[in-house]
Design a protein around this ligand. Structure first.
Ligand code: SF4
Ligand code: SF4
Length: 82
């Protein structure tokens, strides 16, 4: 089991505690602005050279302040936060 993946997958959406990532959209991403935008360093995009996929850094999700900078910056609207 890959330690990077803690998400529950359903219909292409990878769900963490309260972040949900439509990683099918990440596959088209070139700028990975989620990673750059989040000043709490909650995201890391894996396989950038192949099939990119946004993931939550283990144990960092609770640092989210729900500022929604990330959801605004992601041009594919792949991110939702409860
Ligand atoms: S979440 Fe958005 S910005 Fe981040 S890799 Fe996926 S598509 Fe790109
Ligand atoms: S809402 Fe703000 S703190 Fe939370 S993941 Fe997005 S950019 Fe980071």
């Amino acid at each position: 089991m890959n330690m990077m993946i803690e998400a529950e997958k359903k219909d292409g959406i990878e769900s963490y505690k309260f972040h949900h990532i439509d990683t099918r959209k990440c596959a088209y991403c070139k700028d990975f602005l989620c990673e750059k935008a989040c000043f709490r360093n909650i995201y890391t995009v894996v396989d950038k050279e192949g099939s990119p996929r946004c993931t939550i850094v283990p144990d960092r999700e609770d640092f989210c302040v729900k500022c929604h900078i990330c959801t605004t910056q992601c041009k594919f609207k792949a991110l939702t936060i409860d």
